[in-house]
Structure formats: structure tokens, C-alpha cells
Write a protein of this length. Structure first.
Length: 340
């Protein structure tokens, strides 16, 4: 039975991703960003959870996922390449100079090693990172090293937090892409999702169910509070220890007890059908909204700043639902024509 709560939280996580890239103004915007840092780890955990297979077709099914994500990434890169050319021409910038810079040795190295897609659009890094995660999962499956890989998950998570947060206490510095990549951010949560899937039936204990639910809720609350405290002490960051605590407790709660929760159907359907497209298209929608606000003369209006993240999310949902409806209609016509 499909876990509809997981779909609903995917819609919320997609909204949080929008709030990272199109933030609310002032201190409130920063605090929302602190909470929103849970979104990307959550999506890696979801991917890992659904990449756990017990049968002999595991390698074949993982390979099909790799090919699917590769197609999505290729379409995304082509779309944003054309989009950036259009936007730069609109802004009067030199398009050819930007195109030549894309294939520089440094940019190619950062892409293949760190999954950095900043020269095109930074948010696309998730897709090549996910491809690498699936490739590693394929190798782990072929070499039958899943248990050993699970032991690496906390090690990778510790290295992520060291590079992202604790190294600053020892006067060390790592660039964002040196920890926001497939290995540290990706595999640490991807393997955690797989591990939860494998052991979820063993975790459940009917006698202690109420205590477990309260414990997971307390863990989420503690994680949120810790994230806020970390922000207060060290300022803005890509990820916090509290984020990790909160998202793991949230994911466990959704898997173990989420089916008992009735989320609004619109939220469930949005997460199930449109979460990826919202992630993909919201920067383009944000660009268009910015141009419209400048044309209307409200780009510096305080009310607009507060409404902008909400408008981007809602307009993106409307856009992707429209695209999906048109695609479904076109497929239906093709099928009818083929039958005729």
C-alpha cells in the first residue's frame, strides 16, 4: 500500500527547496532556510528507500533507475542551457562568452568530481549526484557489500558534518561543493534510506509503539531547535547537525506510522506527481516572475518580497500541472489514433 504521507511530505520538501532559492526577506527568510536544509537529505533518503530490493532483479532495476535519471538530467541541462541563453540575451549579456566558459577544464572537473552544475544552474547538482549514488548502489549490489556499505553511512555523515560545520572550530575550510556532492550529502542519506527499508519491520515494537512515536516526535523537535541554535551561533550554512537529526526522525516516523496520518489529498497528489518538476522548473518560474515584477514596478515592494516564494511555488505547481495535463491529453490522442 502506497505511503501517502511520504508523498505529502515530498510536496512540502519541494516547497522548502523553493524557499532556499527564493527566500523570504530578512531574518525570517534565514530561519526558514535553516529548516529547509532538511529537504535535500529527505529526497536522498526517499531515493535510497525505494532503491532497496530483495530479489535477483535488483541490479537490473537499479540500472533502469540510472537510465531514467540520466534522461531527466539530459533534458534538464538542455532546457536550462536554452533558458540561460534566452535570459542572458534578454539582459543584454554576452551569450557566447558564457557558452565558452561552460566547457572550461575547471568547470568540467568540478562537475565530474563534485557534481557541480553552477555554470548552468546550481540546483541541478542533485541529479548527477543521484546518478552516482545509484551507480554505487549497483556496485554494492553486484559485490554483495550492502552490510558493509551500511557501516559507512554514519562515517560519511560524520565527514559531511565535519566539512560543513565543525571544521570551522579548528580554522579549517571546505568549499560547499566539497561536501555537497554525491558522496557526503548523497550516499550518507541514500544508504540511511536503504537501511531503514531493510530493517523497518524489525524496528517496530508493538509494546513500545507509543514510546517510539513520542521519541521520534521529540527527536524532530530537538533537531529543529538544535538547527536554530546552530544558526544563532555560527550563522548561515548548507546543513546543520540538527537538520540531520530532524530529517532522520521524520523519515522514520513517516515510514513506521505515516500511513495513519490523513494529509490533504491535494498535497498528496502534488508530491506524488509533481515534486520533481517543481524542483526542476521553479528557478525558471522565479526568473519570469522577477521580470514581471520589474515590468510592473513592484520589484522593490516589501509585500512582493514576502509573497515571492509563495507565488513561485504556486505558479510552478500550476505550470507543471498544466504540462502534465497537456502531456496526458497528447498521449491519449496518440493511443486513440494508433487504435484507429
Amino acid at each position: 500500500m502506497r505511503n501517502k504521507s511520504l508523498d505529502a511530505v515530498k510536496a512540502i520538501a519541494a516547497c522548502l527547496v523553493v524557499c532556499i532559492h527564493v527566500s523570504f526577506p530578512g531574518q525570517a527568510g534565514q530561519l526558514v532556510k535553516v529548516l529547509a536544509r532538511c529537504a535535500v537529505p529527505f529526497f536522498f533518503m526517499v531515493s535510497g528507500y525505494f532503491c532497496y530490493y530483495q530479489n535477483c532483479n535488483a541490479s537490473k532495476r537499479i540500472l533502469s533507475k540510472i537510465l531514467h535519471i540520466m534522461k531527466l538530467f539530459a533534458v534538464s541541462v538542455v532546457f536550462y542551457f536554452i533558458w540561460e541563453c534566452f535570459m542572458k540575451a534578454w539582459n543584454g549579456e554576452r551569450v557566447w562568452t558564457w557558452i565558452k566558459g561552460l566547457v572550461s577544464t575547471e568547470h568540467l572537473k568540478e562537475f565530474f568530481v563534485y557534481n557541480s552544475t553552477s555554470p548552468v544552474r546550481a540546483h541541478l547538482w542533485f541529479l548527477p549526484a543521484l546518478i552516482y549514488c545509484y551507480l554505487l548502489a549497483l556496485l554494492i549490489e553486484k559485490w554483495r557489500m550492502r552490510k558493509a556499505a551500511y557501516c559507512l553511512a554514519p562515517v560519511l555523515l560524520a565527514m559531511l558534518l565535519w566539512r560543513a560545520e565543525f571544521c570551522a572550530f579548528f580554522d579549517r575550510f571546505y568549499h560547499t561543493m566539497e561536501y555537497r556532492n554525491f558522496l557526503f550529502t548523497g550516499m550518507s542519506f541514500f544508504l540511511t534510506g536503504q537501511m531503514i527499508h531493510e530493517y523497518q519491520d524489525k524496528i517496530v515494537c508493538k509494546r513500545l509503539e507509543q514510546w517510539m512515536q513520542w521519541g521520534l516526535k521529540a527527536g524532530m523537535s530537538f533537531g529543529v531547535t538544535l538547527s536554530m541554535m546552530e544558526y544563532a551561533f555560527r550563522g548561515a550554512g548548507e546543513i546543520y547537525t540538527g537538520n540531520c537529526v530532524a530529517v532522520i526522525c521524520l523519515f522514520l516516523w513517516l515510514i513506521l506510522y505515516g500511513r495513519e496520518i490523513n494529509f490533504p489529498s491535494v498535497l498528496v497528489e502534488t508530491g506524488r506527481k509533481y515534486a520533481f518538476l517543481i524542483y526542476l522548473l521553479h528557478p525558471a518560474v522565479s526568473d519570469l516572475l522577477k521580470k514581471c515584477s520589474e515590468g510592473l514596478g513592484v520589484s522593490n515592494c516589501q509585500i512582493y518580497f514576502w509573497l515571492r516564494p509563495v507565488l513561485v511555488y504556486m505558479l510552478t505547481v500550476v505550470t507543471v500541472s498544466g504540462i502534465s495535463a497537456v502531456s496526458a491529453y497528447a498521449r491519449q490522442n496518440i493511443l486513440q489514433n494508433n487504435h484507429v
